[in-house]
Ligand binder design. Sequence first.
Ligand code: IDC
Length: 336
Amino acid sequence: MKEKKFINKKNIFTIIICILIISFCFIYFYFKNINVVSSPVSENGKLNIVNTNIINEHGEIFNLKGFSSSGIQWTYEMLTYENLKTLKENFDINSFRIAMYTDENGYIANPNFIYNKVCDITDILIELDLYIILDWHILNDGDPNIYIEESKEFFDNYSNKYKNYPNILYEICNEPNGTTVTWNDSIKPYAEKIIPIIRNNNPNSIIIVGTPHWCTKFSDVHENPLNFENILYSCHYYAGTYLNDIKDNIKIMKSKNLPIIVTETGLTDKTGDSNLYFDEFKNWIDYLTDENISWFYWSFSNTSPSSSLLNKNYKYGENIMKYLSNSGKYILENIL
Ligand code: IDC
């Protein structure tokens, strides 16, 4: 009887198919586990505002999405290269907002210390190729004119130092508030003094201006807008604090060619520490995405129990992904 050869045509074919399948599986699982690291600033360059959109240097619509820090006077130790890199890679953000409080032991109390911290964090974010919002975070000091001299000095120094980097957007007053703090008499005149100082160093930079009543009221703004190019008006929205007319107001702003950016939004109510309002938040983010409105989640911190991305057990130096709060997990799984 003729012995059957093991190496016949049929077997060779089967062996080749097996090798191909094994190689394919290997390549697939190898690359699946590697985060594809994005390069937002290298790819999109200097941003500009055209009508109500942010446009990249190729003329395409570009939306910023990222996290805001909490007050850096409390959280600078967690704003390290490692943590911000982990954040970028796992959440696929293209930007980060540095919240530099004026009051509450922030810039006004320790200008040199805080300025150096801001520069350290800015340098890290530049290295990570992220866009950066530098936020002059007024809050208890509801009128931006209270510290206008400090603001002039700060923005002159900072915009001069970083004038060659397309990464930076300047937010000149976080949340103006208080019954006497109006758009026409307080915020607009303040902006008209600060904007030329920044533009003198960095002529085409994007500047973000806070709006009255903690960035929720726009009627005076669209009656009397700023007369500068490349301006974004800031709107803040927290899912548990119902603002029924917010979308109507944004629509009016857009119809007058006044662009909006959401430099703070959160899953909680405006206290930053309440139940989480998942459905409301998801609807809001879907709306912002449809409308091409950029947004920043408040906040990358472990300071405020429910809105913070990390829970309070997080210790500096540990891997942030092990300490995601319920908010952090929700954002990771459902939003970004
Ligand atoms: C909160 C911080 C909290 C801090 C408090 C007071 O989460 O740790 O104690 O400020 O400084 C804002 C503000 C922002 C608030 C946030 C949540 O811009 O500073 O942060 N919020 O309350 N506007 C609406 C909500």
